[in-house]
Design a protein around this ligand. Structure first.
Ligand code: FMN
Length: 192
């Protein structure tokens, strides 16, 4: 490890990337929108809850409150430009689905846009939301999911079959490599 900097006046913190950027989608019945959200996380297995942290200034923020549901879509690396496009424009100004030619598939249980190019998508019904500082954490119950066949083996992504859009920060993405070594100790199953 190189020598460390020790920072006590923390302004713009960093270090949580690389991570997957989700495309969060919403449909109020009269308006659809999509935005990039790097701040996304699993919250609970039972019930299955997923969280996205969205600034109140985003158009998507109030659309989710109005719709009471949101979609979480993970795209392959080859679609990183689309992630940047929906993350660099606002639904206040344009119809992103029309302008970026975003193909969708029918949802099953919640009225949320499911991206045809996503390798995994969650349909989430809004269960709770709380504003922390300058972002609101939306907690959604996953009521349906859509998974590309063969991409996961026992829930583990097969990186030689699909490159996820692993974000490094700013406008940079990275490739993943096949895991060469089993790193989990025996009994790690109990983590679940
Ligand atoms: C890679 C990437 C990740 C982003 N992650 C988030 C995020 O987690 N939360 C957030 O509020 N905005 C995030 N943004 C910014 C929004 O996607 C951006 O402000 C977008 O224009 C909002 O669109 P809207 O106004 O149509 O909702 C991200 C942008 C990019 C490019």
């Amino acid at each position: 490890m190189t020598p460390k900097q020790h920072i006590t006046q923390v302004k713009a913190f960093f270090g949580y990337y690389p991570g997957l950027v989700a495309v969060v989608t919403v449909d109020t019945g009269t308006e659809r929108n999509a935005m990039a959200a790097g701040w996304n996380t699993a919250l609970s297995f039972v019930p299955p809850l997923y969280g996205v942290s969205i600034a109140p200034s985003r158009h998507t923020h109030d659309l989710i409150l109005a719709a009471g549901a949101f979609g979480v879509n993970f795209l392959p690396l080859e679609h990183a430009r689309l992630i940047a496009a929906v993350g660099g424009t606002s639904g206040r100004d344009i119809d992103k689905f029309a302008d970026f030619d975003i193909a969708t598939e029918p949802s099953l249980r919640a009225n949320v846009p499911i991206l045809a190019d996503a390798y995994v998508s969650y349909e989430c019904v809004l269960r709770d939301h709380h504003t922390y500082g300058d972002h609101t954490l939306f907690a959604g119950e996953i009521v349906a999911m859509h998974v590309a066949e063969g991409v996961f083996a026992e829930g583990v992504l097969q990186p030689d079959l699909l490159q996820p859009a692993l974000h490094l920060g700013k406008d940079r993405y990275m490739r993943t490599e096949k895991v060469a070594v089993e790193v989990l100790p025996r009994g790690a199953e109990s983590f679940r």
